[in-house]
Design a protein around this ligand. Sequence first.
Ligand code: E4P
Length: 218
Amino acid sequence: MKFFIDTANLDEIREAAELGILDGVTTNPSLMAKEGISGKANIEKHYKTICEIVPGDVSAEVISTDFKGMVEEGKYLSGLAENIIVKVPMIKDGVKALSHFTEIGIETNCTLVFSSAQAILAAKAGATYVSPFLGRIDDTNWDGMELIKQMAEIYAVQGYETEILAASIRSPMHIVQAAQNGADVVTCPLKAILGMLYHPLTDIGLAKFLADYKKVNG
Ligand code: E4P
């Protein structure tokens, strides 16, 4: 399973990249706004910097919601760096745009996916990645993990090549369950990635090893 970090914060991206386990980055307009990145030149510079830090796939989202606008924006974004993946929302014109990008060889991430029906459309349109939003589904009292499971089954039965990118991850347990249920990729906040490190028995065990070493070595 690939690991992406879900942020536009450069320090967080660097910290995750230093672990040596990072395969890519996902951003969205809210994450870019959170970092105060605005204006074409700044946005362009920011994406280029992220793409230099992480050689893997970096999702950059279109703002347009009409076919023509999405195609123009997608072409522009994918021209910024070789590893840019154009992120397109799951709407009617978005599906049209995904199909077009597939035809012209631009890689895509279909975002804001909340059902298997949407996931089938994304796969049919040839999206490179499809992003089901686990946490946001859980927030509405449904089980996001059931969606991952169903999508994985459908994609396997149908032989779809689109990769399931589990998004809106909130905790290490989400990551573990996404892995168990067939996600190809998880995109996580840094906190969830670092949370995977923690186990109290590791801390207790390490403290004991160091104390025992000190007893005989001073
Ligand atoms: C996916 O690519 C999105 O950027 C992201 O995972 C959304 O997560 P959120 O629900 O925490 O905003």
